[in-house]
Design a protein around this ligand. Structure first.
Ligand SMILES: [Zn+2]
Length: 97
């Protein structure tokens, strides 16, 4: 099997894409911090997340189901509008994966 037949080439591209999406972006990409308040116990906590790096954030469009670290009740939080930290300015232009 040659490296350049279409199927293995496609697999190779997908593998690279996965590495960028799940390894490089969470580690080196922009990070956000959201100040969330638990609707159950009214305590607030910080949540760190990486935009676009996870499938769930794409599916929920800025909303995330999270367990409160204090009372461990799962709630749906709007992590987009509760952002407190802006991502560090990237020196490179954004490349769409
Ligand atoms: Zn709570």
């Amino acid at each position: 099997m040659s490296l350049f037949d279409p199927l293995s080439l496609l697999f190779f591209i997908v593998a690279i894409g996965f590495v960028i999406l799940f390894v490089l972006l969470p580690r080196y990409g922009p990070h956000y911090t959201s100040r969330l308040t638990c609707p159950n116990c009214r305590k607030s906590f910080n949540f760190h997340w990486v935009p676009g790096a996870t499938i769930t954030s794409l599916m929920y469009r800025g909303r995330r189901n999270l367990k409160c670290p204090y009372c461990h009740v799962k709630s749906n939080y709007d992590i987009m509008s509760t952002r407190v930290a802006k991502p560090k300015k990237a020196s490179k232009a954004k490349v769409k994966a």
